[in-house]
Design a protein around this ligand. Sequence first.
Ligand SMILES: *Cc1c(COP(=O)(O)O)cnc(C)c1O
Length: 391
Amino acid sequence: MNAVSNLALERESRVGTIAFIDLKAQQKRIRQRVEKRLIDVLDHGRYIAGPEIAELEEKLQEKTGAYKVIACASGTDALIIPMMGLGLSAQDAVFIPAFTYNATANAVLIAGATPVFVDVDPDTFNICPVDLQAKIDAVKADGKLNPAVVCTVDLFGLPADYPAINKIAATERLKVFADAAQSFGGKQDDTWVGNLAPVSGTSFFPGKALGAYGDAGATFVQSEDMAEVCESIRWHGTDAQRRESVRVGMNGRLDTFQAAVLLEKLEIFYEELDARKNIAAIYAENLGDAARAQGGYARTENGFGYYTVRVENRDAVREAMGTAGVPTAVYYQQPLHQMQAFAKYAPQGGLPNCEKLADQVLSLPMHPYLSEDQALFVCEVLQAAVKEKAK
Ligand SMILES: *Cc1c(COP(=O)(O)O)cnc(C)c1O
């Protein structure tokens, strides 16, 4: 096999420049339609709550099957708003995986509840149902907190193990809440992400699979009650006439401009999703024994927001891949329970799977405009780098 240094020399002529995420190729494709949409907004001038907001909410509702969609200013707001809507207190425990982005824990704390960190499954990287049950039992035995909510995270695009989580939640009378920030486009049992839990929050951060040109997000709900509460909190906690404050709220609205961009991106999203799945299949077939890909569940389709593998000597492998022009990323270097802001919620004995993953995970380039040759080249470089760094 070719050494990394040879592959580095060959890259330009073989596959050109490999991007980790390629927003430029996408923009080239939709630029004119996006410009038209933006000009429409400039013409009608309704920068807040313009017609594009309702149009986007309705389209997202149709696509996902959710009862209602509430467009928000960011993915974080799309979690905070419904979390506030649950009316939790510091005595309420919200079980969350510790291997996620910090926004998951921030949402719990900003909503006034207490996060309880749960370990993840080493194969799927999602919240581990066995450890969830153990953490619930521990909270009950301790007697200080009331087990209230389990907030799953669909890491890298893979919907969590909802059948197992729902079973535990039903027995323990927990509400299920989904941080679906990375999994828009994922599916489980023929149900799209957005309709897999009573409440789901997703992110349209530019680098996510469906990304705006700035911050954006959406909350998906399955009931009218929750929809009303979220709409109120998003608009300063006001009543339906948007006059009197009837609860504490915030300004969590999405800008009309971002909705306009998202409407055009949504038009090509499902085609792009197929392209992502094609790249993921190439990776899965060509990793060899160099790295282990994120696992999955039966009847579950990963939305492939990211494509993440586990690899030994991760940092050295990553550096070698970089020298051959293959950009990679590490999500996440540090589990939440080890971060300063959340350390006081760290369970005794730590969370071994989260800690191990933080040392091993490596996200490969993943976007719909990656060519098959580029994906094969990424695998070749990964294999060469792993072989070299194992010496
Ligand atoms: C991106 C992300 C968020 C936050 O979304 P923003 O749009 O950046 O606010 C929350 N949770 C997870 C798991 C994420 O990946």
